[in-house]
Design a protein around this ligand. Structure first.
Ligand SMILES: Cc1ncc(COP(=O)(O)O)c(C=O)c1O
Length: 509
């Protein structure tokens, strides 16, 4: 029997099999040619999209885009050419997608990304290594480990620290809370939480974080079986930083009530204000009360590489664990995030040996299977993007992007402070600026309607994208400045748009 013959599925002709096989990524000559041709076409379409658009959005309506996508019928299994699908994609997505790289996209924490990371993405998705085990990633594991060590060093953690790349800040925060919970249980009860679950007293566990911390903490605590009510919000000062006085008062109060405060989460860069909690004081308070200290530096993590701004994160080195989102202030494409712990023995709280994947014997042989440190199993080789960034651009170049964004935030704050028709409510510490348009003495309710209208009108027009948030139930506008290509003129033009739409609202109402 000729063993090189390919087995053909029933009901398919030889030609159909050949056509399908061409799509398999392989070292067949025709498949390689198809890969090269296809990737070129994709890059060409993306480059054309960049050239053809000069606004971050087109203002396309939700109804229109939904109708177009719903029109596609998967039941009609007729094969389409790549050209056809790319052409079709223009209408469904490409022509109207949000351009995060546009200098007037200043809404959420989406950074413009670096071209070397896109080259890395080609390697990541084409070769499709999975980082759970050494036998699925080989050298990739050591690249990730090297970047973990690099970040641990930036954090100032002891040599015994450890870390892992994750899908995002939400997952990294989940890991911090999970370790905090299980460390408390392991050290205070005669229970192994990994095997036995939670003790009865867990219903009294409390986690303290500032009232402006990220919602993922609440969401994660409900997933971890402690419930969203386990979050105790600590008051913030006028610059939206955690009040240590209130933190201490809340801890005492909780203890008096019979509750069990187990952890404090300090935020280094709150989502709305970019404010950084007093990390050294929190560390001290956590230590005094034998509590875990996690730092959510999803946003502020990028300050660690800046000679100009790293002081702002002083105290982070005292924490037990940290979240850093490379896909925010390290200018990486989604997803790219990290979770770090000061002591590698904490990994035991999540470690699991699966015989088919990372057996105990393999660990004894010293094989570095990363799955033991992760709550994911199959995991992307996201680390390669940061690797390309550091090798091609370097730390100084990388840090310059956020430094420029910080200068832009300072410029915006200064500009707004000098205007009578705007109200700015904080001193930006990183690159988020929260303010509102207050052209007349209207009172809070009318300002809410006015500023809500402005945000929506700007989005629907597409020339710029900004966002809004609520502070004490009142609507404020928000710029999140991350793009170093945003100029002061861009900022002034966006403020002009705000005024223009604000006046339009006044005429209508
Ligand atoms: C402070 C903070 N923590 C956590 C997160 C969640 O990160 P991700 O969206 O990567 O899950 C965000 C997202 O904006 C954030 O600002």
């Amino acid at each position: 029997m000729d063993t090189t013959e390919q087995i053909k599925p029933k009901l398919l002709s030889e030609n159909q099999v050949k056509a399908y096989n061409l799509h398999l990524f392989s070292n067949e000559e025709k498949a390689i040619a198809n890969y090269k041709k296809s990737m070129k076409k994709a890059v060409k379409a993306i480059a054309k999209n960049l050239q053809d658009r000069d606004t971050p959005f087109t203002g396309a309506s939700m109804e229109l885009l939904k109708k177009r996508v719903n029109h596609i019928d998967f039941k009609n299994d007729e094969a389409k050419s790549l050209e056809y699908v790319i052409e079709e994609l223009k209408d469904l997505y490409l022509n109207d997608c949000i351009h995060f790289h546009h200098p007037k996209y200043i809404a959420h924490l989406n950074c413009p990304i670096l071209t070397p990371t896109l080259v890395a993405e080609a390697f990541i998705s084409s070769l499709n290594s999975s980082m759970d085990t050494w036998d699925q990633s080989a050298g990739g594991t050591f690249i990730e480990l090297k970047l973990i060590d690099w970040t641990l060093d930036l954090l100032g953690y002891p040599k015994n620290g450890d870390g892992i790349f994750t899908s995002g800040g939400t997952q990294s925060n989940m890991m911090g809370l999970l370790l905090a919970r299980d460390h408390y249980i392991k050290t205070n009860y005669n229970i192994d939480p990994k095997m036995d679950g939670l003790p009865q007293e867990a219903s009294k566990f409390k986690i303290l974080c500032s009232e402006v911390s990220h919602f993922s903490l609440k969401k994660n605590l409900s997933l971890l079986g402690l419930g969203q009510n386990a979050v105790v919000a600590v008051a913030v000062d006028k610059n939206f930083k955690m009040s240590i006085t209130d933190l201490k008062a809340k801890i005492s109060q909780l203890k008096e009530q019979g509750n069990i405060p187990i952890a404090i989460v300090g935020t280094a860069g709150t989502t709305d204000f970019g404010s950084i909690d007093p990390l050294t004081d929190i560390a001290q308070t956590a230590k005094e009360n034998k509590m875990w200290f996690h730092v959510d530096a999803a946003y502020g993590g990028g300050l660690l590489i800046s000679e100009l701004h790293k002081e702002k994160l002083k105290g982070i080195e005292l924490s037990d664990s940290t979240t850093i989102d490379y896909h925010k202030t390290f200018y990486q494409p989604v997803s790219s995030s990290g979770f770090f712990m000061r002591d590698k023995s904490f990994v035991d709280y999540i470690k699991y040996h699966a015989d088919y994947l990372n057996s105990k014997e393999q660990e004894e042989e010293g094989i570095p299977n990363m799955v033991k440190k992760s709550i994911q199993t199959t995991r992307r080789f996201d680390a390669l993007k940061l690797w390309f960034t550091l090798r091609i651009i370097g730390v100084r170049g990388l840090s310059s992007y956020l430094e420029t964004a910080i200068e832009n935030a300072k410029f915006t704050a200064e500009f707004l402070r000098n205007r009578k028709d705007f109200e700015i409510i904080h001193n930006p510490e990183i690159s988020a600026v929260v303010f509102r348009y207050t052209p007349y003495t209207g009172g809070d309710a009318s300002y809410c309607n006015l500023n809500s209208y402005i945000r929506k009108a700007i989005f629907n027009e597409g020339k710029a994208i900004i966002t809004s948030t609520k502070v004490n139930d009142e609507v404020f506008l928000k710029f999140t400045l991350l793009n170093p290509l945003t100029t002061t003129q861009d900022i002034e033009e966006v403020l002009e748009l705000i005024i223009q739409h604000g006046q339009e609202y006044s005429l209508k109402n």
